[in-house]
Design a protein around this ligand. Structure first.
Ligand code: LMR
Length: 315
């Protein structure tokens, strides 16, 4: 049998997956599972290298790097695509989804699936959603009522909806990349931030924030994206195998996300570094009343029908 030199010497094609969180998170674990599955199913053909913790690219440049084909997969939070589409702003509307089941129903429904293609004209292909969870409010002082946030500086992801959400309670939103949050909190350059239990735990925010209000006021989920250029460059049969591996890795990541909500919260509680504040229904209602007007500010850009479809998933 003749073996061509390309078969003997061809090095595996490198696929880079860059992200900003720690490895012990839903996204970190999903990326590693993706690596494992692709390399198992396409041995010697593809090698997936995962770069966590903003090691390779951070919030400010990961999507630009994707479009330059310097990285082939990224999974930014849905709040970070504002430059590429306004439609995904829907996920940042405060108090829109009642829980993660509602978020999932919306993402898997017709509108959610359509949103995966919302950045096509920009050359970005949405391959699927990955869960992290609902956001909580952490701060250096207790937050029970919206007035407690007044005048305080909160780090936010680069999203105008999130800026409006904090302005609605007279707080000062500060857009900063995820990689800078711990230091900003530790040095008291900012007073607080919003994030999921797994990010608050894995990045040790709870060690430098005395209070965490369990507000569940919004969602922090991801879209796994690749570039149209890279995706189309793959042979169809390999692309199908890689997509199946990704779908399985996402399902695995979603299981971890669901487990981490309680697990990481309990570890934080047990550490006694941060006091967890539970809101009474009346207190929570005050946050809803203060923040919900943000919806109407963004309704025209997001689309009323889309907001209604999202609300309909709360059943
Ligand atoms: C954040 O910036 O707070 C999050 O989007 C980080 C992440 O990717 O979970």
């Amino acid at each position: 049998m003749l073996i061509s030199s390309s078969q003997v010497f061809a090095a595996p094609v490198e696929i880079k997956f860059s992200h900003v969180v720690a490895e012990n998170t839903p996204k970190g674990q999903m990326a590693l599972k993706f690596k494992e599955l692709v390399e198992q199913r396409l041995p010697n053909e593809y090698q997936v290298n995962v770069f966590p913790n903003s090691q390779l690219f951070g919030d400010n440049n990961e999507v630009a790097a994707l479009l330059l084909n310097d990285v082939q997969f990224v999974a930014p939070s849905l709040s970070k695509f504002e430059r590429y589409t306004k439609k995904l702003q829907i996920f940042d509307l405060p108090f829109l989804f009642s829980d993660m089941e509602a978020v999932n129903r919306f993402q898997q429904g017709e509108s959610g699936q359509k949103l995966l293609g919302s950045m096509k004209r920009k050359g970005i292909v949405g391959l699927g959603y990955l869960h992290n969870g609902m956001k909580q409010l952490s701060a250096s002082s207790p937050l029970l009522l919206p007035t407690d946030a007044s005048g305080k500086k909160f780090r936010i992801m680069a999203s105008d909806v999130l800026a409006a959400q904090f302005q609605a309670v007279d707080a000062i939103p500060v857009k900063k990349p995820f990689s800078e949050v711990f230091t900003l909190l530790q040095t008291r350059a900012i007073d607080g931030q919003e994030n999921t239990w797994s990010n608050i735990y894995s990045k040790k925010f709870y060690e430098v924030q005395s209070y965490i209000t369990e507000s569940n006021h919004g969602v922090l989920d991801y879209m796994v994206v690749t570039s149209n250029t890279f995706w189309k460059s793959l042979p169809a049969d390999k692309r199908a195998i890689i997509k199946t591996a990704l779908d399985e890795a996402v399902a695995y990541g979603n299981e971890i996300a669901a487990a981490k909500v309680n697990k990481d919260k309990e570890t934080i509680v047990a550490s006694k570094r941060s006091e967890i504040i539970q809101l009474s229904p009346e207190q929570r209602q005050q946050w809803v009343t203060a923040m919900k007007p943000v919806w109407s500010q963004f309704e025209a850009k997001i689309g009323k029908n889309l907001i209604q479809a999202a609300e309909a998933s709360n059943k």
